[in-house]
Design a protein around this ligand. Structure first.
Ligand SMILES: [Zn+2]
Length: 230
């Protein structure tokens, strides 16, 4: 049931190939707008003037909102249930929440029951584009792993306990966090709504914005936003 840690040097080498393969989103300012693109063009796509003649441009890259779960030890991670966020995500119903252990293994509760998948066996396409909801510092790694074992030994988290509406991936993560008692998180882990408001929504709000902009650029080549629209 419980896997030994894979040598870190080995899994880091393996995971190295699965880093962000999506194009960066670059933002620059021109003709009173923020313009989002995958690469800075020679001419403004809105007003057609050459960008070289403007001192307004100042391009910067938007922070990429996703992580590769196996590279985030001792974390709570959220992914799209089907496919990835950028291509397939539709709405918040299609989300799956899971934990990682100190080796980057994925520990999750789903319809087949509890799954503990070593980082080297993880389906990389499924777990490379996750939102990092929470991560403990290294000083907590031993406590995190031990609590995981205790919670699973005690509660079982078997297939027959699964109920899509009431005993699901969230139930497992919240039960674990209640037992972990990490700093002041305990007061926010008694129900899904409170946990979501405190930890999930602040992280997913930016990801949602990024997804929207990403898809608009993909469809149109660029996306202009009024500078004062925020
Ligand atoms: Zn322009």
């Amino acid at each position: 049931m419980f896997y030994e840690c894979y040598p870190i040097s080995t899994w880091k080498r393996q995971q190295g190939m699965t880093l962000n393969r999506d194009p960066d989103i670059i933002c620059f300012k021109h003709c009173g707008r923020k313009i989002f693109v995958f690469s800075v063009p020679s001419h403004c796509p809105v007003c057609s003037l050459p960008l070289s003649q403007s001192n307004e441009v100042q391009p910067f890259t938007l922070p990429y909102p996703f992580v590769n779960a196996t590279q985030c030890p001792c974390s709570v991670v959220l992914r799209s249930s089907h496919g990835d966020f950028l291509s397939n995500f539709q709405n918040s119903v299609n989300l799956h929440i899971a934990l990682t252990d100190s080796c980057g293994s994925i520990v999750e509760f789903d319809s087949p029951g509890l799954l503990w998948t070593p980082a080297r066996n993880v389906d990389k396409a499924q777990w490379r584009q996750c939102v990092l909801i929470m991560q403990v510092p290294e000083a907590w790694y031993a406590e995190w792993d031990q609590t995981l074992r205790n919670v699973i030994d005690h509660e079982g988290w078997r297939r027959k306990q699964y109920d899509e509406d009431h005993v699901n991936c969230y139930s497992f993560v919240l039960d674990f966090l209640r037992h972990l008692q990490y700093e002041d998180t305990s007061q926010f882990v008694h129900d899904r709504q409170t946990f979501s408001t405190k930890f999930v929504v602040p992280k997913t709000a930016y990801a949602a914005k990024f997804i929207t902009i990403f898809r608009r650029i993909k469809d149109n080549g660029f996306w202009p936003d009024e500078i004062n629209s925020e």
